[in-house]
Design a protein around this ligand. Structure first.
Ligand code: F6P
Length: 509
């Protein structure tokens, strides 16, 4: 354990996120099973929890079986490893030593309003600036009610639970450090601070933070609740300096607070809140090990069968922010401009269906299917399908595809970080080219090694794809090696240590 970890270890670390490290389910034969929770955030946090001493993790009970586990423990926290060993045997116990899990059950209606009306789409769409504004959003009674009876209720429930955990730490003589994650819990910190004024609170926002005017989509009571809730923290953290600065400008313009843009702080209620940037990353070693597994090997062989002269790849959730439809339209244009590429290039799209109970996401998935059908109809031949669309969650297949792509497309409209770009450049064995949107967080680190994509410019994306496909071997090698080196030198441990070092310094101050 390093100095920074030791400095906060006395108090115990409490992680808070909507999705937790595992999700329980029950098979038809009645047996309980546990799966790792989905998404980049959970992967990064699991690594964080694994590297620290005793951590507690507060998350939502999302399945019926999660709720059963909560009931078995009378709503209290439990040792995750012990529980998995007891119920699933040694096979199930591949998690983080010493981690105590506190799953929180929430009323179904409140959770639906919290998740499907406010967090996604409202906050997600504000922060990714996704609307066609003449038509959306309409903030009707439904959204106001969902904010009050869903988002605020869930935040209050989590705040109570977190305060109980903080008090338990205090009763044992420690001072807890709470690390809250993402856009589900903007109101939480201020509520916890009311009850536990001495706690150290840190909130990491994993998605973009837009300029102040973007927040004017929300009426003052909602946007002020978001900002004042976050200002209950000691540190509000983002992936990039730009997002941190936008947050400070929002505090200044929307709340009229005093901010110091050089020190990156804001003064509120006699306290100082710091806005900081820590670009999240991946664990290259763990990923490298996975890439050597038999399952990945099998997928890799199958993908070699698919690849002709070139393989273009994208790996994404089916999220409107990922700009998948425009990416396929750019590919359509590429094939029109360069008929010599016909039957020589395949665009493999590995897309995980996401948030399909939110209307905007379900509609977007349909739009993806339509554009793929159009492009394949227009350009496909008897034995060549230009776009190979696979709508499924299959991490081994994605890892195999990272090994063999010639061009990786990340053309997101805007993205907090984009870990696909980091995973892919570390694993790729073909000196593949990264084509990366200038509006992703990852671009601040990997932009110099990438072919830049301008997310709204379909014509430019088509030209950039051509440039990437035809780039000379030396340039490809230089760029791909440079990108891989950068990610190896700035891995998830570096992300964690930078935060802990700042927390240790600020707690001591
Ligand atoms: O930060 C955004 C994020 O939480 C990612 O970590 C993750 O990939 C995704 O959203 C998961 O979304 P959901 O929990 O809604 O499936």
């Amino acid at each position: 354990m390093g100095e920074a970890e030791a400095a906060i270890d006395d108090g115990g670390l409490i992680l808070v996120s909507h999705r937790g490290p595992v999700q329980f389910s029950r098979a038809d034969d009645g047996a309980r099973s546990a799966e790792r929770g989905g998404g980049g955030l959970v992967t990064a946090l699991s690594s964080l929890a694994g590297q620290l001493g005793e951590a507690r993790w507060v998350c939502a009970a999302l399945t019926d079986e999660d709720a059963a586990v909560v009931a078995e423990h009378d709503g209290a926290s439990f040792d995750l490893d012990e529980h998995l060993d007891e119920h699933l045997g040694p096979e199930g116990g591949d998690t983080d030593d010493g981690l105590r899990l506190r799953m929180v059950t929430v009323d179904d209606d409140a959770h639906e309003a919290f998740y499907s009306i406010i967090a996604n789409p409202l906050l997600w769409f504000v922060q990714h600036e996704l609307w066609d504004r003449p038509d959306a959003p309409d903030l009707t009674r439904r959204e106001h009610d969902a904010f009050e009876h869903g988002y605020a209720v869930v935040n209050r429930r989590f705040a109570e639970v977190v305060a109980e955990e903080v008090e338990e730490v205090a009763a044992a003589g420690g001072r807890a450090t709470v690390m809250v994650h993402d856009y589900h819990f903007y109101l939480l910190a201020a509520l916890v601070r009311e009850r536990c004024p001495d706690v150290f609170l840190h909130h990491f926002v994993h998605i973009p933070w837009p300029q102040p005017d973007a927040w004017r989509v929300l009426p003052p009571p909602m946007r002020e609740a978001v900002f004042t809730g976050l200002l209950g923290n000691d540190v509000v953290a983002f992936h990039t300096e730009r997002f941190a600065r936008n947050f400070l400008l929002g505090c200044q313009e929307l709340l009229g607070l005093d901010v110091d843009l050089d020190e990156r702080t804001v003064a509120v209620d006699g306290r100082t809140v710091a806005a900081r940037a820590y670009p999240v990353s991946i664990d290259p070693e763990e990923l490298g090990e996975r890439a050597t597994s038999a399952e990945v090997g099998e997928h890799e062989r199958a993908l070699w069968g698919l690849r002709r002269d070139y393989l273009i790849l994208r790996v994404d959730r089916t999220d409107p922010s990922k700009n998948i439809v425009r990416g396929f339209r750019a590919f359509d244009l590429l094939l029109r401009d360069h008929p010599e590429l016909a039957e020589r290039v395949t665009f493999l799209a590995l897309l995980q269906p996401s948030r399909q109970d939110v209307e905007e996401y379900a509609d977007y998935t349909q739009a993806i299917r339509r554009v793929v059908a159009d492009v394949n109809l227009e350009h496909g031949t008897a034995d060549w399908q230009p776009i190979d669309l696979r709508l499924e969650e299959n991490l081994d297949q994605a890892v195999a595809a990272y090994l063999v792509f010639d061009v990786l497309v990340v053309n997101a409209i805007v993205d907090g970080m984009n870990l696909v770009a980091k995973e892919a450049v570390v694993l790729n064995r073909r000196e593949g080219v990264l084509a990366l949107s200038e509006t992703t967080g990852a671009y601040e680190e990997l932009g110099d090694f990438a072919v830049t994509l301008y997310p709204f410019d379909v014509a430019q994306q088509a030209e950039a794809l051509y440039q990437a496909l035809t780039m000379g071997a030396d340039e490809r090698r230089e760029r791909s090696q440079g990108a891989a080196r950068w990610v190896r030198d700035h891995d998830v441990s570096a992300w964690l240590h930078a935060q802990l070092a700042d927390i240790a310094a600020l707690r001591g101050a």
